[in-house]
Design a protein around this ligand. Structure first.
Ligand SMILES: Cc1cc2nc3c(=O)[nH]c(=O)nc-3n(C[C@H](O)[C@H](O)[C@H](O)COP(=O)(O)O)c2cc1C
Length: 210
């Protein structure tokens, strides 16, 4: 990641409704999400990419304040959902993570013992909030990938998550947490750092080198 890409990135506050992202750009975001790290590789999540205009406009109605217009005008909206951790999910993770197979061999465990251990720990680590933290890490990953690849993005917590769950109709063990609108900025977007200076607290206040 190049610092200049991070200096140029910003949260788009007005999208160009006539410009759409290409299939390659969308595939890149999907691959980025797929490669996101998570604690014990739990991947208790899903990113739903909505490009269909009718569905996107429905989701816009679940946006708060200016997010409504931004969802309507963006190219695609990415919905980040957490997944409930159950044994079925933990078993899928164990089966697809070779290092866990090695652990089972080395520690003379069984798959089901390791799965129970993970399930128990996931609950101790905080369940929903633990998974939500993982998801925010993934959101950061996607924002960084957008910056690096000149894809405009607006992260959004200002959404009615339950309304979005109803619109998307994913299985009930998936719950919306946050969203990112992606696309191209409108020429009149005032938040562009070329028009409005990037606003940050002094570096010395938020970092420390010891
Ligand atoms: C987790 C998160 C949630 C945000 N939610 C919203 C939102 O709902 N609507 C909005 O317009 N901006 C939202 N933002 C954008 C922030 O206001 C913006 O990142 C911040 O002011 C810094 O500006 P910059 O992203 O342009 O550097 C959100 C940002 C983050 C990281």
């Amino acid at each position: 990641m190049n610092l200049n890409d991070l200096k140029a990135r910003y949260s788009i506050k007005k999208f160009d409704p006539d410009k759409k992202l290409s299939k390659e750009q969308i595939d890149l975001l999907i691959d980025t999400f797929h490669l996101c790290p998570s604690s014990i590789n739990i991947q208790a999540w899903k990113m739903v990419v909505v490009g269909d205009n009718i569905l996107k406009n429905k989701i816009a109605e679940a946006g708060k304040r200016s997010n409504r217009q931004n969802i309507e005008d963006c190219s695609h909206v990415l919905i980040f959902m957490r997944r409930k951790i159950d044994m079925h999910h933990i078993n899928s993770v164990i089966e697809t993570t070779p290092i866990f197979g090695k652990m089972i061999e080395k520690m003379n465990l069984t798959k089901s013992k390791l799965a129970t251990f993970f399930w128990f720990n996931a609950k101790i680590w905080g369940g929903k909030s633990w998974v939500t933290h993982q998801l925010y890490l993934a959101i950061g990953f996607i924002l960084a990938a957008c910056a690096q690849n000149k894809i405009g993005a607006l992260p959004m917590e200002g959404i009615f998550t339950k309304k979005i769950d109803k619109i998307l109709k994913e299985p009930s063990h998936f719950k919306t947490v946050a969203a990112i609108a992606v696309g191209y900025p409108h020429i009149d977007d005032i938040n562009n750092p070329s028009k409005l200076q990037k606003a940050r607290l002094p570096k010395e206040l938020v970092t420390k080198l010891i």
